[in-house]
Design a protein around this ligand. Structure first.
Ligand code: FNR
Length: 193
């Protein structure tokens, strides 16, 4: 069971897209701006440095990029993942990073880590199917995922301005609600019994 945070809830933000002008990256930036006073969101840098998962490599020890990723997850009170939807699933880089972080199952820092999801896509579903796929992977890793509110930013090109600031008030409201729910839920999940 992760330790209960006494100060602000420390959240590790993870973006599943490596694209420079990624809407999901912009969504994470919006979340940082909308975070409640008792939450600090720090974005993980370096998902793109993680090599393709190979069990033979893992058997000789985690590469440095994976050690950094696992340490960042371990140090955080909660995770906030901004995921794109690729072919009704999640991006390869995000799935790959989760696969590395999940091994070995007896030591994974994903075990019990409170996690919230959000996502932006250029299509109508706003990453609905991608987020479901992510929830499915987190069943195996025993990672509790916040149920509501769900944040699906559809038709992303219409919700951000030219500087990739999230201008859609409804989406901003949903993110605010998600972050408030994440603070309350993380404190509840990690409270000493
Ligand atoms: C997509 N896109 C997409 N969109 C969607 O709503 N459902 C989908 O299944 C897919 N599949 C898909 C596959 C691949 C390989 C790419 C590159 C794109 C479009 C996707 O929503 C769009 O490119 C987003 O802009 C990706 O997120 P970022 O990079 O802006 O964060």
């Amino acid at each position: 069971m992760p330790k209960s945070p006494t100060g602000p809830v420390q959240v590790l933000g993870i973006c599943g897209s490596l694209r420079k002008e990624s809407y999901n990256h912009a969504l994470l930036r919006a979340a940082m701006e909308l975070a409640p006073a008792d939450m600090v969101i720090t974005e993980f840098q370096g998902l793109g440095d993680i090599p393709p998962y190979n069990q033979d490599v893992q058997a000789t020890g985690d590469p440095d990029s994976v050690v950094r990723f696992k340490d960042a997850i371990r140090a955080a009170d909660a995770l906030l993942i901004a995921t794109p939807e690729y072919n009704y699933g999640i991006s390869g880089v995000l799935k790959n990073a989760i696969d590395w972080a999940s091994r070995p199952p007896s030591e994974t820092p994903l075990n019990g880590k409170p996690t919230a999801l959000m996502g932006a896509s250029t299509g109508a579903s706003g990453t609905m199917r991608g987020q479901l796929a992510l929830r499915q992977s987190f069943v195996f890793t025993n990672t509790p995922v916040l149920l509501k509110p769900e944040v699906y930013v559809s038709f992303a090109a219409t919700r951000f301005d030219a500087e990739l600031r999230l201008t859609d008030d409804k989406s901003r409201g949903f993110i605010r609600q998600l972050l408030e729910a994440l603070v309350t839920w993380t404190r509840r999940l990690t409270a000493p019994s």
